[in-house]
Ligand binder design. Structure first.
Ligand code: C2E
Ligand code: CA
Ligand code: CA
Length: 291
């Protein structure tokens, strides 16, 4: 019965209304999840997390205009565990709430230092989890961190997903208004992959759309992707939203985006997410070139 239960759990997770036969790998998966979950609970205390920074570039100037903070977990035995694997676990256990605040505070403090040292305004993008978004005191917590780190609210951009907004439309609106009042900007991450309703675009106070990398990947060879991206750029422009494309890996993709009016990009073509010291070197290099 226990093994059958494991198979049922897997079947539900795969989208329900289907069946799965038990296989020994499933047990190994469950065990792995359990082990990771218990390790995760100690990881924050034991300082195993690190924030990486990926550059966002304005193609009109060629300069870094922003950075996205991306969480990394250095597991003592397994090495680097990718966020896609541990963030769902952190969400299930609730650890994502303190962890998300830790990312925000760590990144605000550091980016503030860079801004001060190099005298450049640098936008900081931080991902919010749906679980954090459901906390009643989210805006208050963000305000506390801004105050504590002396980070300028106008340079903080919180990344939300379409699904988060559509889950509880009215509550989302209230929280977003609270954040906007503080001067924080809001971006829709993975734009075009979540909820298919476009009506939310006119109701929510959104500053920026982030074109998901699934549309960018084949931009130069797939006419359907090209058409979708062109339409997204036109829509953002008509609605008065800023736009940025993520997952840009090749020059051709950057050229297409520039030619069609999307000037900000993020992706391996510009730079991978890197540790703080490497990112600060890159910033210094850029400032050195301008001076
Ligand atoms: P995301 O927010 O969509 O972040 C972008 C992901 O795409 C990052 O993966 C980044 O390394 C990767 N990426 C960037 N440029 C390229 C590219 O040119 N090509 C390809 N193939 N990939 C690229 P990463 O760092 O593994 O993060 C995965 C996801 O984990 C993030 O997706 C985000 O949803 C979540 N995540 C990361 N850090 C945090 C965090 O602090 N809080 C929360 N709630 N979620 C986070
Ligand atoms: Ca993101
Ligand atoms: Ca994304």
């Amino acid at each position: 019965m226990r093994l059958a239960d494991t198979a049922m759990y897997r079947s539900k997770k795969a989208g329900r209304n289907q069946f799965q036969f038990f296989s020994p790998e499933m047990n190994a998966d469950v065990l792995q999840r359990l082990l990771l979950t218990s390790d995760l609970c100690q990881a924050l205390e034991e300082e195993q997390f690190e924030v990486y920074y990926q550059p966002q570039v304005d193609l009109r100037t060629g300069s870094i205009c922003g950075t996205e903070a991306l969480l990394r977990w250095h597991h003592p035995k397994l090495g680097m565990v990718p966020p896609d694997q541990f963030i769902p676990l952190a969400e299930e256990t609730g650890l994502i709430v303190p962890l998300g605040l830790w990312v925000l505070e760590t990144a605000c403090r550091l980016v503030n230092e860079w801004q001060g040292d190099l005298m450049i305004p640098l936008r900081l993008a931080v991902n919010l989890s749906a679980v954090q978004f459901r906390q009643d005191d989210l805006a208050e917590q963000v305000a506390n961190i801004l105050q504590k780190t002396q980070f300028s609210a106008a340079l903080l951009e919180l990344e939300l997903t379409e699904t988060m907004l559509m889950d509880q439309v009215e509550r989302a609106q209230v929280i977003m208004e609270e954040l906007k009042k503080m001067g924080v900007t809001l971006a829709i991450d993975d734009f075009g992959t979540g909820y298919s309703s476009l009506s939310y675009l006119k109701h929510f106070p959104i500053d920026r759309l982030k074109i998901d990398r699934s549309f960018v990947r084949e931009l130069t060879i797939n006419p359907a992707d090209a058409a979708i991206v062109e339409a997204m750029i036109a829509m953002a422009s008509r609605l008065g939203h800023e736009i940025i494309a993520e997952g840009v890996e090749e020059e051709g993709q950057a050229e297409f985006l520039f030619a069609n009016g999307c000037y900000e990009i993020q992706g391996f073509f510009i730079g991978h997410p890197v540790a703080a010291t490497d990112f600060s070197l890159r910033l210094q290099d850029q400032v050195g070139k301008i001076v």
